[in-house]
Design a protein around this ligand. Structure first.
Ligand code: PLP
Length: 315
């Protein structure tokens, strides 16, 4: 099955631009580019839109009237799922973990503006959340579709296989692509997509949470490859991981905060402290370690995060 034959709805504006960061390139002594997936064209943009084009196509094809998803209180993914489901005429219900800033700030404010049904469950276990989705879905008597945390299953990951294919057509060869890894689908998709469409490109996942990504990443890559009917051997060279989590998921780190400031001050772009700031801090650390030569081209995926920026949870 070719990528272009898989069911997909149109939600975003693609291709997203690639820009060279002139000031940061000078500062870091290599050619740093940014893939503007903060401009994917619905909500406030962000990486989840690419995944949702595949996931919500499946929901539609199954006749779903209700779409459930989950995450923390400030989940960018949950907000973008709600915006996208509404646009496609389905009712979003967000069953969120009661963790982080639950006040009407950031993504909670945006969900309020969209009139979304948001419910909190006081748990640290996603199994409780998925059980609650089934309870609410069955009680509604209407067909429903469940999207996992971050949209990170094999189908969602295909959004980033498609992104790698898109990058291949944008005219610059990149030795390195760097992204944040929070639930895994973005990194898995890019790493698989690079294997298929970007020969000679190494993909780095900057881990911003403490899940076992060394297991999650190759597993998602294999499942996504199977959906495409590709029989590929996935080896640890195909996905390079680096721990940038610092004090914890969604807790700001000094390096991450410095990276957010650098990008804002040098390029007028806003990263977020939960994902993209920590990921860009990883790219800066690699540059300082001498990982890049002056003539290398390094692509940073700006995966969004604007919604949560106004509800930063610093404790
Ligand atoms: C969800 C998210 C990520 C991480 O992507 P995963 O596919 O969950 O690993 C990165 N950046 C932002 C802004 C996000 O919302």
């Amino acid at each position: 099955m070719d990528l272009s034959n898989l069911p997909r709805v149109s939600l975003g504006i693609f291709p997203t631009p690639i820009q060279r960061l002139e000031n940061i390139s000078r500062e870091l002594g290599t050619n740093v580019y940014v893939k503007r997936d903060d401009l994917t064209g619905i909500g406030l943009g962000g990486n989840k839109v690419r995944k949702l084009e595949f996931l919500l196509a499946e929901a539609k094809n199954q006749g779903a009237e209700i779409v459930f998803t989950t995450g923390g209180a400030q989940s960018n993914h949950a907000m973008l799922t709600a915006a996208s489901a509404l646009k496609l005429g389905m009712k979003p219900i967000l069953i969120l973990k009661k963790r982080g800033v639950t006040a009407r700030l950031g993504n909670q404010l945006l969900e309020h503006l969209m009139g979304v049904d948001v419910r909190f469950v006081d748990t640290d276990d996603y199994a409780d959340i998925y059980a609650e989705m089934d309870r609410v879905g069955q009680a509604s008597g209407r067909p429903y579709y469940k999207i996992p945390c971050g949209g990170s299953n094999a189908l969602g990951s295909l959004g980033y296989v498609a992104c790698a294919k898109e990058i291949a057509g944008q005219g610059v060869h990149f030795g390195y692509v760097v992204c944040a890894e929070g639930s895994g689908g973005t990194m898995a998709g890019l790493a698989l997509g690079a294997k298929l469409y970007l020969p000679g490109t190494k993909v780095y996942g900057m881990m911003v949470d403490t899940d076992p990504f060394d297991v999650i990443t190759p597993a998602l890559m294999r499942e996504a490859a199977a959906l495409l009917g590709e029989d590929l051997e996935i080896t640890p060279d195909d996905y390079i991981l680096r721990d940038m989590c610092g004090p914890g998921y969604a807790v700001s780190s000094p390096e991450g905060a410095a990276a957010v400031s650098l990008m804002a001050q040098k390029e007028g772009l806003f990263l977020d402290p939960v994902y993209t700031g920590k990921a860009f801090a990883g790219l800066i650390a690699m540059a300082k370690e001498g990982a890049f030569r002056p003539d290398d081209n390094v692509l940073f995926l700006h995966s969004g995060g604007a919604g949560g920026l106004f509800a930063v949870d610093m404790d």
